[in-house]
Write a protein that binds this ligand. Structure first.
Ligand SMILES: [Zn+2]
Length: 374
């Protein structure tokens, strides 16, 4: 069968930078960029985008899932480059989209404000001193949402997004309440988010993967990060294939939205072909309930383990224990932490597979082609 959804999990160190393409019967594929990784991912992303034919350099939707540096770092040079002009719509919740942050504030893109300005702060803001240049182009921004916020409303809500001549996209996160929390902390969150974290000096301690059920059942705290909770997470469906792009979203928010969607479809769960696990496979986000809400055939993990030592064993154990039989764990880096999941004793006992980037093309990250289904 022909490919319905082509996914590239680019090497973005500790961050996310994904390219998703949905080939169409005629003409150029529909294309979505999700995040730009940390700043040093930009050369990788630029090289990838410039590799596209000159006549096919469009990106239909560019999503900036949330304001952490491991997601926006590479988006800043992208926004300042000529490539940004080829973007059909940016999906991003800027300050002006956040609810309840003061009377008289428009909940739509402020006139003249660009995505760049939103990310770098208004001129004169100490954050942006010298960073913005006057006359930044006003790029198409949240057009698919009437220029309003990208949010699902109440917990358990979801929003189907009309994409002309493209895939079916369902917004799963954030909720309005999570955006309101970000509004309260916008300035400090942005300052914190834009600071590139220093490389971890503590060595990563690898615990034995002896009893996956016990590891899966470990009680772990939920992700309390306000920016992570504001993540834009999406379900993309095209010609019978499907992928959840979990950003760094809350496991609870995602699971509730998936349950709501399943109910509306008259099903128990939302079964998908692939699931980009939230927050680089953090145990604080990948809960057993989330794995149960969207059983998948492929689980994508985007991280090289820098700084936070992701992915967590508890998160992957929950996937292996809770997924439908024979899932594949797909890593965009081969590291000591990910490689031990490929131990034949482990994969045979628990009946799962592990996949890494093509060794000859590690700079391409992990590439997955999901076939169309009749
Ligand atoms: Zn992240």
């Amino acid at each position: 069968m022909p490919t319905a959804i082509h996914i590239e999990v680019l090497p973005a160190r500790l961050g996310d930078c994904l390219l998703v393409e949905c080939p169409r019967p005629s003409g150029a594929p529909w294309r979505m960029l999700v995040d730009g990784g940390p700043g040093d991912t930009w050369p990788v992303l630029e090289e990838r985008l410039r590799h596209l034919g000159r006549s096919d350099r469009h990106v239909d939707v560019a999503v900036i899932t949330h304001i952490d540096s491991d997601h926006i770092g590479g988006m800043l040079p992208f926004l300042s480059s000529d490539l940004a002009a080829g973007v059909g719509d940016f999906w991003f919740n800027g300050r002006t989209h956040l609810p309840g942050h003061g009377p008289g504030t428009e909940r739509s893109v402020a006139q003249g404000e660009s995505v760049v300005t939103a990310l770098l702060g208004p001129a004169g803001d100490p954050l942006s001193a010298g960073a913005t240049k006057p006359g930044d182009a006003v790029l198409p921004w949240n057009e698919a949402f009437g220029r309003g916020p990208v949010d699902t409303g109440a917990a358990g809500g979801f929003v189907e997004v009309a994409v002309p001549d493209g895939p079916t996209i369902t917004l799963l996160s954030p909720t309005t309440a999570r955006l309101a929390r970000l509004a309260d902390a916008w300035a400090s969150a942005l300052r914190e988010a834009r600071r590139e974290r220093v490389r971890e000096v503590e060595p990563d301690v690898l615990a034995p993967l002896d009893d996956l059920r016990r590891i899966a059942d470990q009680r772990t705290p939920k992700d309390a990060s306000v920016p992570n909770g504001s993540s834009i997470a999406l379900l993309v469906e095209h010609r019978g294939a499907s992928v959840v792009l979990g950003a760094d979203a809350s496991g609870d928010v995602l699971a509730a939205a998936l349950h709501g969607l399943a109910r509306s479809r008259g099903t128990e769960t939302v079964a998908v072909d692939a699931f980009k696990l939230p927050h680089h496979g953090s145990r604080a986000n990948v809960t057993a309930a989330l794995v149960a809400a969207a059983p998948a055939a492929h689980y994508l993990v985007s991280t090289n383990g820098d700084t936070f030592h992701h992915p967590d064993d508890a998160a992957l154990a929950r996937v292996v224990v809770g997924a439908p039989p024979g899932p594949t764990l797909c890593f965009n880096y081969r590291t000591p932490r990910t490689e031990r999941w490929a131990d034949p004793g482990l994969t045979e006992r628990h009946r799962y597979r592990v996949a890494f980037p093509d060794p000859g093309r590690a700079d391409a990250g992990f590439v997955l082609d999901l076939p169309a289904r009749p």
